[in-house]
Design a binder for this molecule. Structure first.
Ligand code: COA
Length: 397
């Protein structure tokens, strides 16, 4: 039964994808390149250079990347999206509108920066030597952005058009970024935050799409192993890890917060773990950490009965350290991070190790067990049906 459902799921999604075939031609690309010649912000020269560079790419970026480029361009030159949502049958217009409005209220300056990074990343893939010559830092990350400054490693979940849903690639990139930050002596603290209006919408449900039914068990096995490695990277991260929850958080992005050393949330953030609605089960060590933090009945309310918490509720339950006003969120978080960054790093690491060692073994056990259960869940009819329902509802919109 699960196999049959899976086939139907794939064909529905394929239809959705073809509707999203946009900005396909070089002509369209050039059109949006030349829209709004005037750019605002602190990176004007680099922004102009990135626009020219986009025109010289040999390979067409895929549609998702093109959408992201389009959205960032609009945000950088016009500011937040305030045009009406296009009608249901204007698929291209709707996709573009969603990508642009998905950036929320990020500043024009930040949009310019992200635009420049994407184009330079694409150009760097085609010609790494050229990028280095231009004196730009070549980044190997595609779906996150990692910056290191003043002892702070910032990891930005960077798929704003998809509410920063975590693809298989993004899981791997986060693991790699944490590993790199843990080994880099210039880094004393790491911060994770999200681009756009969401912190993160959890596991990308597309990870389960377009899989041949005969390959489902392998997908579930590989997914289990990747999730195990992902959560392990959080359990064993040796330096202070701070979550800057800039908007709503869903699924695994909520559960792993229990493994952070401090979590700051804007008052617009929400915390939702709709596992049973999706036929799935808890991960990120939440089956162990959440009852300890908030007691069994409150943990069950989240993990079994899908209650979405406000930032203040999450703070009362010990999942969030402090709730900060949305308007001054970045600044307030920065002040707290800078304070941690200037503390004697070895002392902080030893302190963290003392606390973590109390329960490290239990956390690893919980992680193993949760991943095993999830492997089975991903193959269950309940889960396949729930994911199919998510994408068919979207296709009908
Ligand atoms: N997996 C795959 N795609 C996701 C996603 C996810 N977890 N979260 C968001 N997206 C995609 C949407 O499909 C949409 O894509 P489209 O533009 O190609 O249609 C895009 O991101 C924007 O999301 P949208 O649903 O239009 O925004 P919204 O503000 O109406 O709703 C959410 C945002 C997060 C509430 C909604 O997308 C959602 O429920 N996502 C699923 C969350 C989830 O269940 N995660 C797993 C938990 S275990």
């Amino acid at each position: 039964m699960a196999s049959a459902l899976c086939l139907r799921l794939s064909s529905t999604f394929a239809g959705g994808l073809s509707a999203r075939c946009l900005l396909n031609s070089r002509v369209q690309r050039t059109q949006f390149l030349h829209m709004g010649r005037t750019a605002f912000g602190a990176h004007d020269a680099a922004f102009e250079a990135a626009k020219e560079r986009l025109n010289t790419l040999k390979e067409e970026p895929d549609n998702n990347v093109k959408l992201q480029i389009y959205a960032l361009f609009k945000q950088a030159t016009k500011g937040p999206c305030n045009t009406p949502k296009p009608g249901a049958f204007d698929f291209v217009g709707r996709a573009k509108w969603q990508a642009w409005s998905g950036l929320g209220d990020i500043s024009q300056d930040e949009a310019q920066k992200q635009y420049i990074d994407i184009i330079n990343g694409l150009a760097g893939e085609e010609s790494p030597a050229e990028t280095e010559q231009a004196g730009e830092e070549a980044s190997s990350y595609k779906e996150i952005k990692v910056t290191k400054e003043n002892k702070v490693c910032s990891i930005l979940l960077n798929r704003p058009a998809k509410k920063n849903a975590i693809t298989w690639l993004m899981y791997n990139e986060i693991v790699q970024a944490l590993d790199d930050a843990s080994k880099d002596d210039s880094v004393t603290v790491a911060v994770i935050t999200g681009a756009g209006d969401y912190y993160c919408s959890g596991n990308d449900l597309g990870n389960f799409m377009n899989i041949d039914p005969k390959d489902m068990p392998k997908m579930a096995r590989d997914g289990k192993e990747l999730l195990r490695r992902f959560v392990t990277a959080f359990i064993d991260f040796p330096k202070p890890l701070i979550g800057a929850v800039n908007g709503p958080a869903v699924g695994v992005s909520v559960t792993v917060l229990g493994l952070f050393d401090a979590v700051y949330a804007t008052d617009k953030a929400t915390f939702h773990t709709p596992f049973t609605e999706l036929g799935q089960s808890a991960e990120g060590c939440s089956s162990y950490v959440f009852p300890k933090l908030m007691g069994n009945t409150k943990a069950n309310e989240m993990l079994l009965f899908n209650k979405k918490l406000t930032a203040h509720e999450a703070c009362e339950r010990g999942l969030v350290t402090e709730v900060l006003p949305h308007d001054s969120f970045q600044k307030e978080v920065q002040t707290r991070v800078e304070y941690v960054a200037q503390l004697p790093p070895q002392s902080v690491r030893e302190g963290k190790k003392l606390v973590r060692d109390q329960e490290r073994e239990d956390l690893h056990k919980a992680n193993e067990k949760e991943c095993e259960v999830l492997e089975g869940r991903w193959l269950s009819e309940e889960c396949v049906r729930a994911i199919m329902s998510f994408f068919t509802k979207k296709a009908r919109l």
